[in-house]
Design a protein around this ligand. Structure first.
Ligand code: PLP
Length: 427
C-alpha cells in the first residue's frame, strides 16, 4: 500500500477504518491543561476500557448483597469464573480452553511453570534464554537453576544479536540449539522481544527444540493481544503472559498460563500444588490426597481473586467485539506500516527503527533510535508535549500504535511532533 503525507490522509484512513468505533470504549488520560494525551504505550500499560468499572462494581455488588451466595448463584457464579475467561483467553492465544488458566502474575507463573517443566538431569540441565531477556525472566531463570543446586554459569546458554546488530537471527538460535541441544532441558524465549519489538518464529523454535528433546516455553508478555498465536497447534509446552499490556486489564492485573494438552492430561507431572488445582468434584471433601484437575487449572493453587479477574471480562469482550486477533492484526500492520512510511518520508537520517522491516516480524511496537540527538532528552520533550511513549535503556524510545484504540491520526500527530522537536534540537 502506498501512503501519502498530510493529516487529511490520516483522517481519511480513520474514516475507512472499520474498528475506529472501538476507540470510544476506552478512557484516554489527560494532561494538566485538559488536553488528551497522545497515548502510544499500550505495550506497557493498556488503557482502561470504559466497561471495566461496571465489571468490578458488579462483583462488589454480588459480595455486598449475597456474600457467600456469590460463589453459587446469579448469572456468573464465582465458582465458574475461571471458565468464563478460559475460552475467550484461549481464542487469543490459539489454545483449547482447557489449556489456559488465569492466575497469579507473570513472573510468578514463570516460576510455577519451571517448577513443572524445568527438570534438570545430570546430562540435560541447561536453560537457553536470550542474552537481553527482560530482567525479571533472567532473575527467575537464574534462581530456578540455583534452586536445583546447579551453577548458573554452567547451566545458562544465552543467544544474542551479533555484534553491531540489534535483532536475533533465527540461524543463530538454530545453531545454538544444534550445538547444545542434548544438554538443554528448557528453551525459554519471548514471543515478541520487549526492547526491539521483534517477533520470534515460535513455531520453528518449538519444532527445533522438540527435535532435540528440549522442553519449549514462551514468555508472551509482549505477544498476547498483539500478534496471532497458535500455541496448541505449534505444540508449545507452556507459556505465560500478563494482562496489563495489550490486554488492558489494569496495573499489575492477574496473569495467565498455557499448558499444552499433552501435559495437562498427565496427572503425574510434578507441580507446586494447592487446593484449587484439585479435582473440582471432590475439592470440598477436604481429603489430603492431591488429585489434580486434568486441565491447566490443575496448576492453580488458591481460590481465584474475583475482583482482580473482573477487568479481564471487560478486556476480552472488546477483543471478541473487534472480531478477534486476525482482524486486529490487520489494522495493526497498517498502523505500523503507516508509521514506518512517515518515518522514511520525514525523519530519514534522524531516526533509525531497530524493529524488523518485515511486517510479519513485528507487532504494534516500533523501537526508535535517535541518530542526531540524545534519545533520553528527546523522550523527555515528547512527554512534555503530551506524547506518552517510553524510554528503555540503553537507547530506544518505544512506541506502539494499538489497533483497539489508536488511530492513524495518532500516528500522524506523533511523527509530526517528533519531527518538530528534532528540527528545534538541530537549530
Ligand atoms: C512486562 C514483563 C514482565 C513483568 O513481569 P511481572 O511479573 O508481571 O511484573 C516480565 N517479563 C517480560 C518479558 C515482560 O515484558
Amino acid at each position: 500500500m502506498t501512503h501519502k503525507d498530510g493529516i487529511a490522509y490520516a483522517q481519511k484512513l480513520d474514516r475507512e477504518d472499520a474498528l475506529a468505533h472501538l476507540r470510544c470504549e476506552f478512557h484516554f488520560p489527560e494532561q494538566s491543561n485538559g488536553k488528551k494525551d497522545l497515548y502510544l504505550l499500550g505495550n506497557s500499560l493498556g488503557l482502561q476500557p470504559v466497561k471495566t468499572e461496571s465489571c468490578i462494581q458488579e462483583e462488589l455488588k454480588k459480595w455486598q448483597e449475597g456474600a457467600i451466595r456469590g460463589y453459587f448463584e446469579g448469572s456468573h457464579p464465582w465458582l465458574a469464573f475461571q471458565e468464563r475467561l478460559a475460552q475467550p483467553m484461549a481464542d487469543l492465544v490459539g489454545a483449547l480452553s482447557k489449556e489456559v488458566v488465569v492466575m497469579n502474575t507473570l513472573t510468578a507463573n514463570l516460576h510455577f511453570m519451571m517448577a513443572s517443566f524445568y527438570k534438570p538431569t545430570t546430562s540435560r540441565f541447561k536453560i537457553l534464554i536470550e542474552e537481553h531477556a527482560f530482567p525479571s525472566d533472567h532473575f527467575a531463570v537464574e534462581s530456578q537453576i540455583k534452586q536445583h543446586g546447579l551453577c548458573v554459569e554452567n547451566s545458562l546458554i544465552k543467544v544474542s544479536p551479533r555484534s553491531g546488530e540489534d535483532l536475533l537471527r533465527m540461524e543463530d538460535i538454530e545453531a545454538s540449539i544444534a550445538e547444545h541441544g542434548n544438554e538443554i532441558a528448557l528453551i525459554l524465549l519471548p514471543g515478541v522481544q520487549y526492547y526491539t519489538g521483534q517477533v520470534l518464529d515460535m513455531r520453528a523454535i518449538t519444532q527445533l527444540g522438540h527435535q532435540h528433546g528440549c522442553t519449549v516455553g514462551f514468555d508472551l508478555a509482549h505477544a498476547v493481544g498483539n500478534i496471532e498465536l497458535e500455541l496448541h497447534q505449534w505444540g508449545v509446552d507452556f507459556a505465560c503472559w500478563c494482562t496489563y499490556k495489550y490486554l488492558n486489564a489494569g496495573p499489575g492485573s492477574i496473569g495467565a498460563c498455557f499448558v499444552h494438552e499433552t501435559h495437562t492430561s498427565n496427572p503425574s507431572i510434578h507441580r507446586l500444588a494447592g487446593w484449587w488445582g484439585h479435582n473440582k468434584d471432590t475439592r470440598f471433601e477436604m481429603g489430603s490426597q492431591f488429585d489434580p484437575m486434568l486441565t491447566a487449572q490443575g496448576w492453580q493453587v488458591s481460590c481465584p481473586p474475583i475482583l482482580a479477574m473482573a477487568p479481564i471480562v471487560a478486556s476480552l469482550e472488546l477483543f471478541e467485539r473487534a472480531g478477534g486477533m486476525s482482524v486486529l492484526r490487520q489494522k495493526s500492520r497498517e498502523l505500523s506500516s503507516y508509521m514506518m512510511y512517515l518515518i522514511k518520508e520525514r525523519l530519514l537520517g534522524k531516526v533509525e527503527v531497530i524493529t524488523p522491516e518485515n511486517p510479519e516480524e513485528r507487532g504494534c511496537q516500533l523501537s526508535l533510535k535517535m541518530l542526531t540527538t540524545d534519545g533520553k532528552q528527546l523522550f523527555d520533550e515528547l512527554q512534555r508535549n503530551g506524547v506518552i511513549c517510553d524510554w528503555r535503556y540503553p537507547g530506544v524510545i518505544r512506541v506502539a500504535a494499538v489497533p483497539l484504540y489508536n488511530s492513524f491520526e495518532d500516528v500522524y500527530l506523533f511523527i509530526d511532533t517528533l519531527e518538530r522537536l528534532l528540527r528545534k534540537n538541530d537549530q
